[in-house]
Design a protein around this ligand. Structure first.
Ligand code: ADP
Ligand code: MG
Length: 496
């Protein structure tokens, strides 16, 4: 195990700099350069056509939707869109890239010079500058059999599945991210989260890290101070969770700090992230000027993005996540902290739909952030996976507001809804849960409770109104929690 400097000490002694290269797989119907279906999974090597694996004589054609979506994404990232950009061949050997080159963009990317404002946990906004976003194709997938960790080292043989080959990808590259200091891990993870939210809002990608729709290469370097030149970086490849990004940055900061403090130099290399323990390990050494021998792809003409087209795309952009969040927070009257909790819990859309179904923002938040969050935690599912719809939550609250049920009974109703017994009103009827304000059974319970507790009754007679509370317990018990508390109070006072 490598020596690590304690994180808090590392960020005191050194200034971390980040660079993120994020790949977003576009969810177009077909692939980047041919008509083969762009679907996740499927039997190996079934979603392919000659161009996706570069069979001799197969000619690629450009997927116009993918280009339009690249422009959408570029605009949402506040980039300038190149009027003319090109595809180039980037040569390298990987068994999952049958052509032995990847079609990518070299000198001119379709989008460049943008920024994203990232909201951190405490509400602070950190601006990340974007150098470029370019279009390229994905490679296939290798599966190494027989090695301990699933990597190629020690494997007996490898299988190649080209289904992912030539799926459209947008690679978004940041400028060096400076000034994050001790919060570098958080900035990195929140930035990628912001990209995910934007991609989803635009509808260009499912952007699910666990499926590899969204992948991040994380560059980290350290320098002595904020005015020193940039240090030597490492590039941790293909980190596939937000927690992983945070951990990879943290680990590299501690690891590099120890090397530098010991008088050593950081080796410029790619690194692998191990999700099990949050460490990184050495990959291949990589220089800044790797010779991929980019050449313009002779099979593909230039991409023209006329200013008119770009403006048309801009006009069609939906409301972006940060703007929407701000608008909803104001409409709902939540505090910054409340809104952040809602967003982090993945409850924003659900609350929006609950409000649309007639609940107040306060009631919607009460249910989704309270009882329903608890249920989700207990059953280890996402809020949106719970077996209750926003409309049902709104109906449930309406029953409470009408005085048909109280908050406590509402929980039982919810339980019934989630057990598949029907909507809230049906569950109330079927389970006989409506509040009892019918005097018959109430009077019986009130009189019994008063008879059983003469001392309490004395206190109330003496003017101690708070003592009424002591009678509520037995009355609620007798009516299975369904007594209308207001009516009970009236009945007690009438008898005193
Ligand atoms: P590569 O071809 O090695 O992947 P890229 O230019 O595509 O290089 O991406 C490198 C990423 O690392 C960019 O986000 C860049 O801003 C960032 N970067 C460059 N130099 C440093 C450095 N010294 N420390 C941290 N990040 C860096
Ligand atoms: Mg790169």
């Amino acid at each position: 195990m490598e020596k690590l400097m304690k994180y808090s000490e590392a960020v005191k002694r050194f200034d971390p700099v980040l660079g993120l290269e994020v790949h977003v797989e576009l969810g177009t119907n077909t692939k980047m350069f041919d008509q083969s279906p762009n679907t996740f999974g499927g039997d190996p090597n079934t979603n392919i056509m000659p161009a996706s694996i570069g069979l001799p004589g197969a000619l690629p054609t450009i997927n116009k939707t993918a280009i339009e979506w690249a422009i959408r994404l570029g605009l949402a990232l506040n980039c300038e869109i190149s009027e003319v950009s090109r595809f180039a061949r980037k040569h390298y050997f990987y068994p999952d890239l049958a052509k032995a080159y990847q079609i990518s963009q070299a000198d001119v990317a379709i989008a460049h010079n943008g920024w994203v404002d990232v909201e951190l946990d405490d509400g602070e906004i950190f601006r990340v500058e974007i150098e470029r976003a370019h279009v390229e194709e994905d490679a296939g997938k290798n599966t190494h059999i027989g090695s301990e960790d699933g990597r190629i080292h020690g494997a007996q043989y490898s299988l190649v599945d080209f289904n992912r080959s030539s799926v459209p990808l947008i690679e978004i590259v940041t400028r060096p991210i400076k000034g994050a200091g001790a919060r570098a891990p958080e900035v990195a993870a929140k930035y990628v989260q912001a990209l995910r939210d934007i991609a989803r809002a635009l509808g260009v990608s499912e952007a699910r890290m666990e499926r590899g729709n969204l992948r991040a290469d994380v560059n980290v370097s350290l320098r002595e101070s904020p005015d020193a030149p940039l240090g030597i970086r490492t590039e941790t490849k293909n980190v596939n969770s937000f927690r992983g990004i945070e951990k990879a940055v943290r680990f590299e900061i501690s690891r590099q700090a120890q090397i530098l403090a010991d008088g050593g130099t950081v080796v410029q290399q790619t690194r692998h992230f191990r999700a099990e323990d949050g460490t990184t390990s050495a990959g291949r050494e990589k220089s800044d000027a790797e010779d991929y021998r980019y050449i313009p792809d002779p099979d593909l003409g230039p991409i023209h993005a006329s200013p008119e087209w770009v403006e048309e795309v801009r006009a069609s952009l939906p409301e972006l996540p940060a703007v929407r969040r701000r608008r909803l927070r104001e409409e709902w009257g939540y505090s910054d902290l409340e809104m952040r909790d809602v967003v982090n819990a993945g409850a924003m859309d659900l609350i929006e739909q609950t409000v649309a179904a007639g609940a107040t923002a306060a009631a919607a938040r009460k249910w989704w952030m309270g009882e329903l969050s608890r249920q989700a935690r207990e059953t280890e599912v996402e809020l949106e996976e719970l077996a209750v719809t926003p409309a049902q939550v709104a109906q449930l609250q309406a029953l409470v507001d009408e005085g048909k049920i109280n908050d406590k009974i509402a929980r039982q109703v919810l339980e019934g809804v989630m057990a598949g017994e029907g909507g809230p009103a049906e569950v109330v009827d079927a389970r006989g849960l409506a509040v009892v304000s019918d005097d018959g059974p109430l009077i019986e319970a009130v009189e019994a409770a008063m008879a059983d507790n003469p001392d309490v009754v004395e206190k109330i007679r003496g003017g101690k109104m708070a003592a009424i509370g002591a009678l509520m317990g037995p009355i609620m018990k007798a009516t299975r929690g369904q007594a209308d508390a207001k009516r009970v109070r009236e009945l007690i006072l009438e008898r005193i």
